[in-house]
Design a protein around this ligand. Structure first.
Ligand SMILES: [Fe+2]
Ligand SMILES: [Fe+2]
Length: 258
């Protein structure tokens, strides 16, 4: 039995973009069991833009589960944005998780926005000025929330959903100088500390699709500018080992993802 997961991030919806994804999304009930949204759903995080997200991703016929991104925080309207999405039936995770009963088994999804901080040997450290300590505390607390959410779920397949990246692999293509603002190793540790099957993130528009945590969990950057399609689909199941975690194209016929 197989669980089919559609995912995309960084759709950055506003009045100019709304409607662009909907035709492909209408096919989802035939193609996937769930749609995961990896943050930066809006351009500036306004309630009006959240209503665009609700129009685009509401009422799709499959469960829609999201985390917010840094853009969704820009106007300090996170409660309003979250409220609009939840009213449209979109589940917004932040240090929380859900378990879905799919035909192929119980799918657990734990999500958090995450934060920057950098990766092994090139990361911010909890030392010096209070501002730097606050920065690192934001990173570690976010990863701790993800860890707790991942370990709380009783399921057959476990997916970690973040906006910031848990590994540097999927940042390849971005300037090295901004890696510390694109993700942090603590998210990767949280993913490795749980029986995670797959980790999905966005945020790195110029990054690359594939990566792996130090513990061997497959990581996929599903930012829309990277996948260049309305969503990617991942198959998880008993008959598939992790090497078979492979998305297919979504524009027309399914295509292998090389
Ligand atoms: Fe983005
Ligand atoms: Fe972002």
């Amino acid at each position: 039995m197989v669980i089919r997961i559609a995912a995309v991030g960084d759709v950055h919806l506003d009045d100019d973009v709304v409607g662009r994804f909907r035709p492909a999304l209408e096919e989802l009930p035939d193609r996937a069991d769930v749609l995961l949204l990896a943050g930066d759903l809006t351009r500036h995080g306004t309630e009006a833009e959240a209503r665009c997200v609700a129009r685009e991703f509401g009422g799709l016929g499959v469960p829609v589960i999201a985390v917010l991104g840094n853009h969704d925080h820009q106007c300090d309207q996170v409660p309003q944005v979250t409220g609009v999405l939840e009213e449209a039936g979109i589940t917004v995770l932040e240090g929380t998780g859900v378990v879905l009963d799919c035909a192929g088994g119980r799918l657990g999804v734990a999500g958090v926005k995450g934060f920057g901080g950098g990766f092994a040997g090139r990361c911010a450290s909890d030392f010096g000025e209070p501002e730097m300590k606050a920065f690192v505390r934001t990173t570690t607390e976010s990863a701790e929330r993800l860890s707790a959410a991942l370990r709380s779920l009783d399921c057959d397949m476990l997916v970690a959903l973040t906006h910031y990246s848990p590994v540097p692999d999927t940042l390849a293509g971005e300037p090295l100088e901004i890696y510390p603002f694109l993700g942090c190793y603590q998210l990767g540790q949280a993913i490795d500390d749980a029986p995670t099957t797959l980790a999905l993130h966005g945020h790195a528009h110029q990054g690359s699709e594939r990566g792996v945590t130090p513990g061997g969990v497959r990581v996929r950057n599903v930012a829309h500018p990277v996948i260049k399609q309305a969503y990617s689909i991942f198959y998880l199941g008993d008959g598939l080992d992790q090497a078979d975690v492979s998305p297919v194209g979504t524009s027309g016929t399914a295509q292998p993802w090389s």
